[in-house]
Write a protein that binds this ligand. Structure first.
Ligand code: ADP
Ligand code: MG
Length: 385
């Protein structure tokens, strides 16, 4: 998979679909979440970083109100009409650019018709947020082309509205915050209550480490229902404990909380509360000692998701166990759960052995062969041409 800002493929796709050249090309990355899972909708903390795999969009403004879309992934030319754009009017991947155009217009932008070609190196449905990579690339490009003064903060809101109201996915702000605000060599420390961001140095390569992604390529069928039920449990927990959000509960409160909550809700709450504290500890450790100290926090995060939040699955658990046994300093599933990817922090010289161990372990278990690749903290959305 290619990284960086190679525009050849997207320009070719644009020329063959629409003829000529675009007004500009914008790129936005996928992300992995280093730590802080299912904390965003609890107004807590997360620590994702933007990766080198990215979506690129070539866009040219049209004189009429048509939106025409092509992707190098196929599916042919899709046409939308800006004036009749509303939730439910687009299908397939058109919901992402369509949703962003709609959300920008809801925010008062004078969005023109446009032709758009998409090319993306972010694997689809692997928990690396290929959908937000598209949305953030489109939002950055369209905001610039409309001449509206949308800052990054506004684009986080626009893409969240697109995702929640147009696509219909009840997600928080984690993915777009990483894709829009990421920076090379840094993780994005996100406070989901006030949406503030601090960049925290995360130079894994400089510490002789790499972040290996184990994409299990599985997505278990209860993923959507599982996400919704975890959100409901968190809301119930906050209500019973009398707080605005679980962000307001600390681990010192847990003993008392146990007496107030049913056992299942308590475990859901304990995950969120301890995960928030692990994010803060990870930030502190990165600042004080660098990446090599965060392994145990990644491990503890995985155990909490496996045992308390129950969003892991056999493939993710195996990825975590085998990477760790083969020399990873720490490993955890990343993303919403029930499939998708795990990440492992490994010494560069152990990488070959870790890869072999994972492939052998998956083969032995009879699981699908996972995709293995390393990622490093990269720049957020920006214009390429
Ligand atoms: P994730 O964001 O975790 O990768 P989602 O299910 O949220 O998974 O988003 C995946 C969807 O994004 C795909 O079903 C498809 O509609 C769209 N998508 C991602 N990459 C591309 C691409 N290169 N071309 C067309 N559609 C894409
Ligand atoms: Mg997505």
């Amino acid at each position: 998979m290619s990284a960086g800002g190679d525009t050849t493929r997207v320009l070719d796709a644009f020329a063959s679909a629409f003829g000529g050249t675009p007004d500009g090309v914008w790129q936005a990355p996928g992300r992995v979440n280093l730590i802080g899972e299912h904390t965003d909708y609890n107004e807590g903390f997360a620590l994702p970083f933007a990766i080198g795999l990215a979506a690129r969009v070539a866009v040219r403004v049209r004189a009429d109100r048509a939106v025409r879309l092509v992707s190098t992934h196929g599916g042919g030319l899709i046409e939308l009409d800006l004036d009749s754009l509303s939730p439910g009017t687009a299908t397939g991947w058109a919901v992402y650019p369509g949703g962003v155009a709609w959300a920008l217009a809801c925010d008062g932008a004078d969005v023109p018709g446009f032709d758009l070609a998409l090319e993306s190196t972010v694997p689809v449905g692997s928990g690396l947020s290929s959908s937000h990579a598209i949305e953030c690339a489109v939002a950055t490009g369209l905001a610039e082309l409309t001449g509206a003064s949308f800052g990054v903060h506004d684009l986080v809101r626009v893409t969240q509205r697109a995702e929640n109201s147009f696509v219909g996915a009840p997600t928080g702000i984690l993915d777009q915050s990483a894709s829009l605000r990421g920076a090379a060599g840094h993780a994005v420390f996100l406070d989901c209550r006030d949406q503030s961001v601090e960049l925290v140095p995360f130079d894994a390569a400089g510490a002789g480490l790499s972040v290996l992604v184990v994409d299990t390529t599985v997505s278990h069928s209860h993923a959507e229902g599982g996400y919704a039920s975890r959100r409901r449990a968190c809301e119930l927990g906050a209500e019973v404990l009398g707080v605005e959000a679980l962000r307001d509960v600390s681990s010192a409160d847990l003993a008392e909380a146990q007496g107030l909550l049913d056992p299942l809700t308590f475990r859901r709450v304990r995950h969120v509360v301890t995960e928030d504290e692990r994010v803060l500890a990870t930030v502190e450790t990165l600042r004080a000692a660098g990446p090599s100290g965060i392994g145990p926090l990644l491990d503890a995060s995985h155990a909490s998701m496996r045992d308390d939040f129950e969003i892991s699955c056999p493939e993710l658990d195996l990825a975590v166990e085998t990477t760790r046994a083969a020399g990873a300093l720490g490993a955890r599933m990343t993303g919403g759960g029930f499939g998708g990817s795990a990440i492992a922090l490994i010494p560069v010289d152990a990488e070959t052995g870790v890869r072999e161990a994972v492939l052998a372990g998956f083969a032995r278990a009879g699981f699908r062969t996972p995709d293995l690749f390393t990622v490093s903290p990269s720049n957020g959305a920006h214009r390429l041409i």
